[in-house]
Design a protein around this ligand. Sequence first.
Ligand code: NOJ
Ligand code: CA
Length: 671
Amino acid sequence: MSRLAGTLLTGAMLVTSALNAQAAPDATEAVSSPDGRIEAVLALTAGRPTYSISRDSRPVIQPSTLGFRFKDDPPLTGGFTVDGVERSAVDETWRPVWGSASEVRNHCNELAVRLKEEGGRGRVMTVVFRVFDDGVGFRYVLPEQPGLGSFDIVSEETAFRLAGDHTVWWNRNDYDSYEHLFRKTALSAVEGANTPVTMVTAEGLYLSIHEANLTDYSGMTLVPEKGVRNSLAAELVPWPDGVKVVGRTPLATPWRTVQIGERPGDLVESHLILNLNEPCVIEDTSWIRPMKYLGIWWSLHIGGETWHEGPTHGATTANAKRYVDFAAEHGFEGVLVEGWNTGWDRWGAKGAFDYVTPYDDFDLEEVARYGREKGVAIIGHHETGGDAADYETRVDEAFDLYRRVGIDAVKTGYAGGIYPRGQHHHGQWMVFHYRKILEKAAEKRIMLDVHEPIKPTGISRTYPNMMTREGVRGMEYNAWSEGNPPEHTTILPFTRMLAGPLDYTPGIFDLPLDEFKPDNRVHTTIAKQLALYVVLLSPLQMAADLPENYEGNFAFQFIERVPCTWDETRVLDAAIGDYVVIARRSGDGWYLGGITDEEGRVLEVSLDFLAGGNMPYLTRIFRDASDAHWETNPTAVDISTVELRAEDTMTLELAPGGGAAAYFRPMVRER
Ligand code: NOJ
Ligand code: CA
């Protein structure tokens, strides 16, 4: 335990003294990662707390502010002494229900520093650090105490003072949507971002800032810190009246996370975000199962069919059965049906949907029964149009109806401004709403796929029925906008996907969209669409195109075969925004996906991830034909089968906007 010995300063003097690197701290407490390379330090300088993070003794985060400002209470930013220090270590291995690995090691050292105001109300604020070999998480804990009961936070004072003007990939700080392209700029040009925010230093260290376990709090965005170079400050998403968080003690904030790696792939292979969440609270998880699914969906986005009733209504009983038949024939576990319930002609209006009344041409019970007979689960759909308030009053009945007919996976959607008006998708009210629906779904044994969601922060460790979510500019944008440029999916694994799985909905084979959307298109080759099944993690993984576009195409074999949950994941090679090659293991088989941006390129990848030295693997490769190009010749795929071993290298020749996919099966020799 250390005690503050300094003089207490006030007002402006405090600010300057705490920020002055020269001023000697009155107290410091440090904690290192298990391998000793990363260190987090909490310092008190004239009573003001700051934290810093270093790796191999070089600064990653320079001393940065901590604390809160309140609407009615004095700020909790200074005047502290250290009132107690606790240290502990965690080393456990846990098994996720699904994910990028079948075993996850949670290995870190923890430091909790209890700060107490010397004067005034003597309020207490504890800062807890967990330091892993691949990064740091820290959170505030405001214990129950006489001097602090309920409060309105108007500012969380956390800043991230980076050690240089790094190169950053960022998505703008929209409070209602993550569906934007990423920008790559210098840190000094970041205008405001949603997290994860990923960056590379001049020395080539990769960093990503995000949050873990976002519970009953508002989402964190990052904005340039006023008057400080190369620094981002937390800016929480507000309530309609500008307050950021309505809270009461005891309160633990989400973890603020800084992932650190030497390769871009280190960030992807990390489990830090999941590890900073509570263990699974669902006792029997046997009903939670990863699925590949088809759906009455793409036809709606390209305009071939409609959500609402009419001559080209998509969700008819007959059409749903056609999808079920195709799914059963090709080994898909699920079929999503959108536009089955009344209200679509009033989409966005208050109370547009009741979630229980099917259109006249859709027999919900019969479709669910038919699916069951064929071994295909129907995935239900609740589009709220943003009316979360109304959804809360109807969701019990809506989930119960689905359960009654045997449907246990539901896609939800919040496409539109939130009711209550003025609330944001990423604010505390909605964070609470999304969790309430998730808990209800867990009670009723329903798996969720949430669109227009709050970003993932690892909650799926605690509630593994939180399968996947959007929160990304996904495939749909290719159907009705200028689309997603080829580089988009080479950025996603290192940004959005660090937060958790994404329902990007890959698998479009009719890329030019000539029939329905001649002015729109998908900016990839077919081989790249296949590779996305390995590159992008989603335990509910869609084959998004129409059945008729898969029929008779040999490339579809890869989608039929590829799993959507994994035992092991390795990023073999990557340059963020240029290309990425990922290998994932399922049982004793391996799957590889490599994708590139608008540049064609040749990549050599070592196959040393394969087991057994000299053991041959029967490898089926789906690659861009030599004249393939996302714009002029996107559908040309070469498929070949070869024998490869761990000692071999594989040459991936990727077309502009192209990719390559492969699966490796160990060859069992006759004795
Ligand atoms: C937007 C979602 O992202 C999309 O998947 C869905 O089809 C529409 N909203 C309608 O719910
Ligand atoms: Ca969307």
